[in-house]
Ligand binder design. Structure first.
Ligand SMILES: [Zn+2]
Length: 287
């Protein structure tokens, strides 16, 4: 009876202190990593394997560009040992919550010394306002760099999450298509194109998924007429209405491409599989 009462009191104290009881009462509970978007969870799980639990906040069916954190997400962030997000330039609506976290709990991917697309020649349709592409997880080099930082934070030995040999094989598979171009839903593939030596394609929307002005849309249409566009990529998170209109207008096939890893299982091989799937989806445009 007394023991039960003591247990109850400890539990009540922990609740009052806002400490998750489960984590306190099980000394060997794994650390919890919470990421803002699924691609970062794919990287984190590949980096840590069984050494930590990994969860993500944005439902993968939703565009991360305009996602607002619900109360359930705030609870997960409070419970987490490490929180990983891309950064304020990408997830503007989460910036206030994230900036309140201590620097040893928060990992901002954008702040790491990542590989940036060098040869991103300004395409005709971006109205000379060249936005930095925040979809940095699509360059496997960056995947490995983010993984290394996660491993260091957790005191794990460094281990690459995608193998260089596999990467050069994927690169050679894509080498055959370098004279053709593509049209994407939004400007999301500068990192991917740089990593695999591909041309930067045309895009209907800007890097944040926003609609372009009339002048830019006019330029896009004249670019489509001038270049050898093979397909229009459509992403599962977005309504493909504008893509469907252009595809019909220029008689181009619509090909699914999934930069958020919607159908990817979270496992210790997830990142390698995710990049492999993306390359296969990309190649389908040119077949
Ligand atoms: Zn995007």
């Amino acid at each position: 009876m007394i023991i039960k009462k003591i247990q109850y009191n400890i539990f009540a104290c922990l609740l009052l202190l806002g400490i998750p009881a489960a984590a306190q009462l099980q000394p060997d509970a794994k650390p919890l990593i919470v990421t803002s978007i699924k691609p970062l969870a794919i990287i984190a799980k590949s980096a840590v394997g069984d050494a930590a639990d990994v969860q993500y906040l944005t439902p993968p069916s939703q565009s991360p560009h305009d996602f607002t954190l619900p109360v359930s997400a705030l609870r997960k962030i409070a419970d987490a040992d490490l929180v990983i997000w891309v950064g304020g330039g990408f997830e503007a609506r989460s910036a206030k919550t994230m900036s309140a976290l201590s620097s040893d709990k928060l990992l901002t991917a954008m702040d790491l010394p990542l590989t940036q697309p060098q040869n991103s020649e300004p395409s005709d349709n971006d109205d000379h306002s060249i936005e930095a592409d925040p979809h940095l997880w699509l360059n496997p080099d960056n995947g490995n760099k983010i993984a290394a930082e996660i491993q260091a934070r957790l005191g794990l030995p460094p281990k690459e999450i995608i193998n260089r040999q596999y990467l050069s094989r994927l690169k050679s598979e894509l080498a055959a298509i370098d004279d053709k171009t593509y049209l994407s839903h939004h400007q999301a593939y500068a990192h991917f194109a740089a990593a695999f030596d591909l041309k930067s394609g045309l895009s209907i929307r800007n890097a944040s998924g926003g609609a372009q002005g009339a002048k830019t849309q006019y330029r896009l249409r004249s670019s489509i007429e001038k270049t050898n566009v093979s397909c229009v990529f459509v992403e599962p998170q977005y309504q493909d209405k504008d893509a469907a209109i252009i595809a019909a207008e220029y008689d181009l096939p619509m090909v699914p491409l999934d930069p958020q890893g919607l159908s990817q299982t979270i496992s210790d091989r997830a990142y390698s599989e995710f990049i492999g799937t993306l390359v296969a989806q990309f190649k389908a445009c040119f077949q």
